[in-house]
Design a protein around this ligand. Structure first.
Ligand code: HEC
Ligand code: HEC
Length: 244
């Protein structure tokens, strides 16, 4: 085989161009420490204090007096910006999680160093709590990890556009280990108001999709972000078909 003939050189050139045109933001192609940081960022967005074992006291200073949450929850990114990343323009437009604060969608695909600056501002009040590494992870998530959920989950019916039958193959070989085949092995609520995978996925599909993609802060739950978004949505659809 002649390795250096013209077709091979052409192929090499095409590969080179293809790979160099893939931006660092393309998570399908991200690897190594950048990928580690991205996934950690997804977990920190969920609950950085519990994930990092940091105690936070009282309400976050930027949490509105009129808000109905109290204490450590008010420090979670999701509490002000939403599981759908849309803040007051999304699921938290009303109800017990309303804050009137905007979402983080405008910072998707933005330069992570700009996002770090925002996270270090007085509003966020985090500089004495997080390390440079944590800020970087959160910025990676905001820039490259978040997605426009309205393209995949119907806002009114809350249904995921995935295929439950395909999702079953993933759930029944991975999630099953902890949650059981019917998703009821762990009760995430209490005896009076049990909450299973099926309950969570129908009640708050945006949160479940976030958990499917990144895992669940401060638990051994795995992340499926190495799979394509389609497969993640298939898993969400399967979860929505589980008993509540
Ligand atoms: C207690 C509420 C609160 C919490 C918790 C919070 N933020 Fe914010 N965030 C704000 C406010 C207020 C703004 C300013 C936006 C505005 O004008 O309402 C903001 C702005 C932002 C912006 C810029 C959005 C834009 O379009 O201007 C980003 C990005 C952001 N926050 C990320 C985060 C991340 C990541 C976390 C978790 C570490 C977090 N925030 C936690 C209140 C909060
Ligand atoms: C290694 C164990 C483990 C695996 C594997 C696992 N989970 Fe979990 N999961 C957990 C734990 C622990 C919790 C948190 C339980 C609690 O809050 O009490 C959790 C929470 C959840 C929640 C609820 C989030 C909430 O707070 O309402 C959902 C939904 C969920 N998992 C779905 C899945 C799906 C889908 C898979 C497969 C992709 C999966 N889990 C795989 C351990 C696991």
């Amino acid at each position: 085989m002649k390795l250096f003939n013209i077709p091979y050189l052409l192929l090499a050139a095409i590969l080179l161009v293809t790979f160099s045109s893939v931006s660092v933001g393309d998570i399908e192609n991200m690897s190594g420490m950048r990928f580690v940081q991205l996934v950690r960022g997804g977990l920190l967005y969920d609950n950085w204090a519990s994930e990092l074992g940091i105690r936070v006291e009282g309400n976050h200073p930027a949490y509105p007096d009129t808000g109905r949450q109290k204490g450590p929850d008010t420090w979670r990114c999701k509490e002000c910006h939403g599981w759908d990343y849309k803040g007051k323009a999304g699921a938290y437009a009303r109800g017990k999680h309303y804050t009137g604060i905007r979402g983080v969608r405008d910072y998707a695909n933005q330069d992570p160093s700009l996002i770090v600056e925002i996270l270090k501002n007085d509003t966020h009040n985090l500089t004495d709590k997080l390390t440079e590494n944590d800020f970087d992870a959160l910025a990676m998530f905001i820039a490259y990890g978040q997605i426009d959920v309205d393209l995949y989950i119907d806002r009114k019916t809350k249904r995921s556009i995935g295929e439950a039958s395909s999702g079953g193959r993933i759930f029944l070989s991975t999630c099953i280990k902890c949650h059981g085949a019917d998703g009821k092995e762990i009760n995430m609520g209490d005896d009076n108001k049990p909450e299973y995978v099926g309950t969570a996925a129908n009640d708050n599909p945006w949160e479940t999709l976030h958990n499917i993609r990144w895992g669940h802060a401060n638990t051994p739950m795995i992340s499926l972000v190495f799979l394509g978004l389609k497969e993640q949505l298939d898993v969400l659809s399967f979860c929505q078909a589980l008993p509540q």
